[in-house]
Design a protein around this ligand. Sequence first.
Ligand code: PLP
Length: 382
Amino acid sequence: MHKQAMTSLNDFAEQKLAALDAMDLRRQTIVTARGAAQSARRDGRDGISFSCNDYLGLSQHPAVKAAGIKAIQDYGAGAGASQLVTGHHPLLQELEQKITRFKGTDAAAIFGSGYLTNMGSIPVFAGEGDLILLDELSHSCLFTGAQLSNAAGLTFRHNDMDHLNALLADHRKAHRNALIVTEGVFSMDGDLAPLERIGDLARHYEAWLMVDDSHGVGVTGGGKGSAGNIPVRMGTFSKALGSYGGYIAADQPVIDLIKNRCRSLIYTTALPPASAAAAIAALDIITDDPGLCAEPNRKARLFADQVCLPQPAAAIVPIILGTPERALKASRALAEQGFLVTAIRPPTVPDGTARLRIAFSAAHRDEDVLALAGAIRKLARI
Ligand SMILES: Cc1ncc(COP(=O)(O)O)c(C=O)c1O
């Protein structure tokens, strides 16, 4: 009986995988060792990664690494319990205070990851009888949070304010509360949300606004990230800040409610001390050095110039190739020349828009950026 069940589960998995294979959509993990200047060793070969979100190279910064090592020595490897039990260690408190000051809010809550932040906090703000409006290109964890909330969920066309306005006009009144959710810098396209106009619509229709600025912090606004009248400011320590963990910065009652109701904060072990310490050190570096924060965008612009693409607004440049097959082929051709540029395929991006997503970092050398541009220009001729 048990054996039969195992066989049928394996059959089920194999059939699903075969279907993914047939569409060039099967994914796999590949061992990759990362080092300084975005170097990456894979399959025994050294290359340069243009797929990491380590926009400032801080995951490899000596002060960030030293802070993590010291935290383990001082407090141990793990937090030991939820932050509502005994896991709210001194570094977590310090990180809360630091991100509060950095974002200019009253308070902040720290989560185990950006995914946990969005997945857990959206259901705190909205439930049955409420309305959530999401930009259609919002990250998977924003959709997951909206689905878990049991609120009515609608998507508006990417950055299309007329569409958002029309949806609010048609649906807002029938719901108790409304939450608009978008990203400051879109993770797969690198463009910015029109936050001022979204803020105006939010005010007009009495809706709340939550902005996921995972790809903005450390890169836009002189490092401070996206600006505007944003009651719920979400971000992650895992990208430009080079560490791990997520946060929401907001007014005190909002943060107090999260700490009382958010399942992905309450029922999970707190962020480890080393991750908190590394994030604190990274926040200090970017606060002291706004020049560093301008570098990822400068590199992205240098690249875009070379390949005749429009000037990027942040550190991400997509090269849309259409089919998964084309994206995989281009990615493999670049890997052969020592450039790691992962093919991004549906469902991460919409059907028909498989792409190379190129992420630039302050840690990239200009010569590597120019060499990648040369390789891409050659690819285009194939
Ligand atoms: C826009 C956006 N939000 C949230 C996340 C999740 O953050 P984390 O990697 O810290 O879980 C990511 C990253 O994958 C992201 O791109």
